[in-house]
Design a protein around this ligand. Structure first.
Ligand code: ADP
Length: 294
């Protein structure tokens, strides 16, 4: 079973002519509301890849539509708590040149309690998978509790923050990082150096390194594998990494060989990149299969 203890966000996107200056009030041209959060996106990707996934976390009453969004994709949501405080949200302004400013408020994502963690993990044990990103609180506690239960921990240290160096990362079974996160974790740059740096620090871990349009690598103790990105017209790269993570884990858990796992994750994320939006751009398994058979 896969449990994703992750963020659930509301993205409020305001289109403006230009950004407001300090002390100034300006009108927005329009406003749209989207579901977001790396946690939510990764649960959507896992569910659309056809793997049973339960999402755990917290929203406010303003975030009930996020739960509905997850359910529509096929994720289990009974481990999500609805609190009276506001959901995590981002206020995103996009100006006429397409540049943006983002104000992120963690909200309910930072209201997860140790009691909730303990209760959520009750029904999980040996061999189950825990997926984490770095957008909720109590990560160190969740890692330790899951490890004690014998769960495999998959960690996507995104966004990379200083707090990460205080987490018990030696408990992680599999790191999933992009180039920047990998460089920060390894303390060095460049594909080979990053893989070697993480391997040296965490000798037992599996490492997944995504390299944007340059593809992705997977390194476990048996070998190192690489797959090129599929050539697509990049329309919106939001959720590329989240789509990759969901499909990678889903394929790995199906027992596919590493080359197949990478190929499928690269195809799914290429499809996400070729479409607008975050969660809506994440493809379903049959779309990925159709893409690969073309
Ligand atoms: P993140 O979104 O976390 O920064 P990356 O940018 O590394 O992650 O992208 C994750 C994966 O998405 C890549 O490994 C690749 O397979 C795919 N991808 C990203 N950008 C492109 C692109 N321009 N064309 C095709 N595939 C892409």
């Amino acid at each position: 079973k896969v449990l994703n203890f992750g963020s659930l966000n509301i993205d409020y996107v305001y289109r403006v002519e230009r950004f407001a200056l300090p002390g100034e009030t300006i009108p927005a041209i329009n406003m749209e509301r989207f579901s977001g959060g790396k946690g939510l996106n990764q649960s959507v990707a896992l569910a659309r890849a056809g793997i049973p996934v339960a999402h755990a976390g917290c929203v406010g009453s303003d975030g009930v539509f996020l739960i509905e969004e997850l359910e529509k994709s096929g994720a289990e949501t009974d481990k999500i708590q609805v609190l009276s405080s506001p959901s995590g949200h981002a206020i995103i302004q996009v100006d006429s040149k397409g540049e943006n400013t983002i104000l992120l408020y963690p909200g309910a994502n930072h209201k997860i309690t140790r009691e909730q963690v303990d209760r959520t993990l009750e029904e999980y044990g040996e061999g189950d998978v825990l997926l984490l990103q770095n957008e909720v609180c109590e990560i160190a506690y969740i890692m330790e509790a899951a490890y004690r239960k014998g769960m495999q921990i998959f960690f996507n240290p995104s966004p990379m923050t200083e707090a990460i160096s205080g987490y018990p990362l030696h408990l992680v079974s599999c790191f999933l990082v992009n180039g920047l996160e990998g460089a920060s974790l390894a303390g060095t740059r460049g594909r080979e150096a990053i893989l070697a740096g993480i391997r040296e620090k965490y000798p037992e871990a599996q490492i997944v390194l995504t390299l944007g349009k340059d593809g992705a690598c997977y390194d476990d103790k048996r070998g190192r594998y690489f797959h090129q990105a599929f050539p697509v017209e990049a329309v919106d790269t939001t959720a590329a990494g989240d789509t990759f993570t969901g499909y990678f884990i889903a394929q790995l858990l199906c027992g596919s060989p590493p080359d197949t796992v990478l190929r499928c994750a690269c195809a799914a994320s290429a499809l996400a990149v070729s479409r607008m939006g975050a969660a809506p751009s994440i493809p379903y398994k049959n779309e990925v299969e159709a893409f690969l058979s073309n």
